[in-house]
Structure formats: C-alpha cells, structure tokens
Design a protein around this ligand. Structure first.
Ligand code: AMP
Length: 379
C-alpha cells in the first residue's frame, strides 16, 4: 500500500474539535480536508477545504464525501459501523468498521476486553428488569448503569446507590439497552494514548493522569508520576487492545488505578482523545499529526515529550456571563489557548482548553485551578 503523501485528501466523519485540530495539522502538512457534519459551521468545517452537510448515518451524504477523498477517518466513534463498511468500498476507512463495531456498543466492548483477558470493573448486561436484578447481584451496589450506545461525558449514565433504587434508575434510561458496572474505588484515572501505524508500528505517548468533574474531563497532567513497572503494565494493556483490534491511528485506553496498583480498563476511544491534547505543544509530534501519519500510511513521528504539561478543559459554563476574560490566560507565557469555534456555549459543553507547558506539573495543576477561578463569572 503506497503512502498518501501531502496533496492527498483526507475525509473526516464528524466535525467536532478533534477533527478540527487534526485538520489544522493536516493542512499545515499539505493535505486537504473534507468533513461530513450536520452543521456547515461545525468546528472542523471552519478549517476545512470542503464540507458535506449531512448526518453521520446519512449514507448518501457519506458516499458523496467518500468519492472526494483518498482516505476516510473519524472525529467520533458514533458513526454507524455499517456506514463505514459501505464506505470502504469507495475509499479506505481507517480505523476500520470492525474497530467501531467493537467499540461503539459498551456490551460488545466489555465482552471483547473479557475475551482478551484485560482487567475491567465487574459488569453485566441489562436489557430488562430480570437482568437488572441479576446484574446488581453480580456487581453489588453502588453501581453505575450506562447505556450501551452513544453515551459520552456521563450522558446516558445513572448511579445506583442501593439495589432497591435499581428499577427507578433503570427507568431513567427510557428503555435503552444498558450495562451495569460496579463503582470502582479508584485512587486515580490514567489514560494511555498510543498510535498504531498502518503497518502495525507503535508509538506511546507519556501516560496521562486525568481528573474528571461532573463526568467530564477537567485536567490532564503528563507525564503521570508513575513507577516504570506500572507504566509498562499500563502500556502493555493498551497495546493488547490496539493489536487485537488491528487498529490504525491514535487510540486512547482509559484506566482506573486502584490502591493496590491494579489497573482496570474503563473505556476505549479509537481516535485522538481529550487526554492527549497536551501533546500539541508538549510533544515532538502531536496526537493529531500522529493520527494523520497513521491513516496516510506514513512512518509515525517521535512522540517524545519536550516538556511536562497540564491541560485544563474550558466548559460552556464559563461563558454564562459572556466570553471569559481571556487576558488571564494570554498573560501567562506558559499557557496555550485553544478554542473550538463553537457558537453555542451550553453548560457542560467542551468549548476549548488551555495547555500549560511546565516541567513542574504540580505547579501547573495549581495554575490551572487559578485560571479556572479567574475565568469563572462572579455571581
Ligand atoms: P465514562 O463515560 O465511562 O468514561 O465515565 C466518565 C467518568 O465517570 C469516568 O472517567 C469516571 O470518573 C467515572 N466513572 C465511570 N465509570 C465508573 C465506575 N465504574 N466507577 C467509578 N467511576 C466511574
């Protein structure tokens, strides 16, 4: 398979911030970008050469995109796998339909991990009241019900504090098929972001340590302070996942770390990831360039960190009294501001992020909190 060199056109399914940051990098490298999204003003379309307006499950629109491009990749794992399989007859789709089929349904994803022998939280499928009772008996309370499909950032998730609350909490999912899992008493969350090239070559980024607030990623620190043996165990788990999927591109494997050091995989994202945003600025090759290189069949770049870094997300709530006071960010020489060009800053919506380039990541975490306090509107 010949590599796709600059001048080739990359099609992106979904026009969010991940597609946008990849498009900026791809265009810098001389590639063209065409994006499929329901909105012609989506974050990726603003920086693309072309846009096809259509829903991600609109096969005609997706075919229209496929005919204009040399390779197709994704901004989201919520593109139906059947659409990808169909597009593959027109242009190569990387990662492929089977990766998405395995990832986009939590039940299939969890069965896949069990099959690989990769540790994860105790879980059970929940399609009805009987399965709920059996699932709660297996995983215990407290537990979390998660819809099988299309959940993200805590959407489609409800907590079950006591077994007696199960039926009422399940009703809140409005009949959506779900899985139930134990609440894991983790000491921290980490993610392994790696790239797998078209020929199977692998590059790992420094492991990221993540803090979530209200189910949304709040901060990432990299490299995560971690003993070498533990880092290798985490990398090996992520590598097993990427190879078993025969993945092409960047992939993120999120894990819980327990007090006794055990690692449990929480979630797999077969794409660039919010916890890898720090790589843009902190690493020799960003996750976005790495993804472009992988899907175009180029050799992977050097993922080495040039500095420590902390990333903090900017959530729509910060806009409740108008645009935040950006001078607080821009006054700091170590801070890099990224805004995604979204015109509706709803609460809970990811609008942008700041990367703080600082080898002292404890200090950078404090700076991140100071910045968020400065950007938060006063009541
Ligand atoms: P998810 O959408 O599954 O990635 O969940 C978002 C966040 O919710 C995770 O990063 C955790 O902070 C929390 N969470 C999800 N599942 C669990 C669990 N089984 N136990 C404890 N916390 C969880």
């Amino acid at each position: 398979m010949k590599p796709l060199l600059p001048g080739a056109t990359i099609g992106v399914l979904g026009g969010g911030q991940l597609g946008r940051m990849m498009a900026v990098t791809a265009r810098q490298m001389g590639y063209r970008i065409v994006v499929l999204d329901p909105s012609p003003r989506c974050p990726t379309a603003q920086v693309s050469d072309g846009v096809v307006v259509g829903a991600l499950d609109d096969l005609d629109a997706a075919r229209h995109l496929a005919r204009q491009v040399d390779v197709i990749t994704l901004d989201t794992e919520h593109v139906p796998a059947d659409v990808l399989a169909e597009l593959h007859t027109i242009a190569p789709v990387r990662p492929g339909a089977e990766v998405l089929r395995t990832i986009q349904d939590r039940l299939v994803q969890k069965s896949f991990l069990d099959g690989l022998g990769v540790a994860q939280a105790k879980w059970a499928p929940v399609g009805n009241a009987d399965e709920l009772a059996a699932g709660l008996a297996k995983v215990g309370a407290p537990a979390i019900l998660k819809v099988r499909r299309a959940g993200y950032d805590g959407k489609g998730q409800v907590r079950v504090d006591a077994a007696a609350d199960g039926p009422a909490q399940l009703a809140r999912l409005r009949g959506e098929p779900a899985v139930i899992e134990e609440v894991v008493p983790f000491t921290r969350e980490i993610s392994v972001v790696l790239a797998r090239g078209l020929g199977g070559d692998i590059q790992f980024y420094p492991i990221a340590e993540n803090v979530h607030r209200r189910h949304i990623l709040h901060t990432t620190r990299a490299p995560a302070p971690m003993a070498a043996g533990q880092r290798e165990r985490a990398e090996q788990m992520a590598l097993n996942v990427a190879e078993a999927l025969d993945h092409c591109g960047v992939i993120a494997v999120e894990m819980f770390e327990l007090a006794d050091g055990r690692l449990l995989v929480n979630e797999i994202a077969p794409r660039t990831h919010n916890s890898g945003h720090y790589t843009y600025g902190a690493c020799a090759t960003s996750q976005f360039e790495q993804h472009v290189r992988a899907v175009c069949g180029l050799p992977l770049g050097d993922p080495r960190a040039l500095t420590g870094a902390v990333m903090v997300n900017l959530i729509g709530d910060l806009w409740s009294a108008g645009p935040p006071a950006w001078h607080h960010v821009l006054a700091r020489p170590e801070a890099r501001l990224h805004l995604y060009g979204k015109d509706a800053p709803a609460p809970g919506r990811k609008m942008g992020h700041v990367v703080l380039l600082d080898d002292d990541t404890d200090r950078a975490l404090r700076t991140a909190e100071d910045l968020i306090a400065q950007l938060t509107p006063r009541p």
